[in-house]
Design a protein around this ligand. Structure first.
Ligand SMILES: Cc1cc2nc3c(=O)[nH]c(=O)nc-3n(C[C@H](O)[C@H](O)[C@H](O)COP(=O)(O)O)c2cc1C
Length: 194
């Protein structure tokens, strides 16, 4: 198997892809251990290489690791109706995925085909982030439920730009793997007709 050599032992063996998709899950309990900058850089590089409609790359990543700001940002995921995201308060890093205007070609294509290509792009890049994090031994969780207005203010995101997702990131507090709950294959696959 390929090795990421000469990188100070932070990067070990590449994980087999099928194993990687089994290992990745939504991590909702984090260790206090900080995440190494080299690992964040590698995750961001995996994001940079993600595909997008018309190669439009309609995203920006705001990585929040400064403790005070991170607490405030994590706080936007918690509220009277948002108790289930309290675990974000423990995450050493939060990443806000900001949707940037797609290229004109992607925009026109989306209009003609009545499809929100840019949201598909954001979903794909989010999964690149989470899979690369898992491969590096990190836990992550995509967060769709948060106070977007507050988050935009905290991060000085220009008005009109949206944050479709945030992602919490850090070392998992436990190695224990949750059982995957998924529909059976027979409910989601057919061959040659619907
Ligand atoms: C677009 C999106 C938004 C999500 N938002 C949240 C969220 O706000 N809070 C949370 O705890 N999990 C959130 N999740 C994680 C899902 O609940 C999780 O992926 C799903 O239950 C499958 O579990 P697994 O990721 O552990 O395999 C989100 C996932 C996606 C793809």
């Amino acid at each position: 198997m390929a090795r990421f050599a000469q990188e100070g032992g932070l990067f070990t063996e590449c994980m087999d892809f099928h194993k990687l998709v089994q290992v990745r899950d939504s991590c909702r309990k984090y260790d206090t251990r900080p995440v190494e900058k080299e690992k964040i850089d590698r995750i961001l590089e995996a994001c940079r290489l993600a595909p997008s409609a018309c190669n439009s790359q309609p995203w920006k990543f705001v990585v929040v690791d400064e403790p005070g700001l991170r607490d405030q940002l994590a706080g936007t995921t918690v509220g009277p109706m948002l108790k289930f995201n309290r675990f974000c308060l423990q995450a050493p890093v939060m990443v806000a995925l900001v949707a940037e205007p797609p290229s004109w070609l992607s925009k026109i294509g989306g209009k003609v085909k009545d499809k929100d290509f840019y949201l598909m792009d954001i979903g794909i890049v989010a999964e690149h982030l989470c899979l690369q994090a898992a491969e590096l031994g990190l836990g992550s969780c995509m967060i769709g439920w948060f106070d977007e207005k507050k988050a935009r203010q905290l991060l000085h995101i220009p008005s009109g730009k949206r944050i479709p997702l945030m992602i919490s990131l850090g070392y998992p507090a436990s190695d224990k793997q949750r059982k995957k709950i998924r529909k059976p294959m027979s409910e989601m696959v057919s061959y040659n007709r619907y």
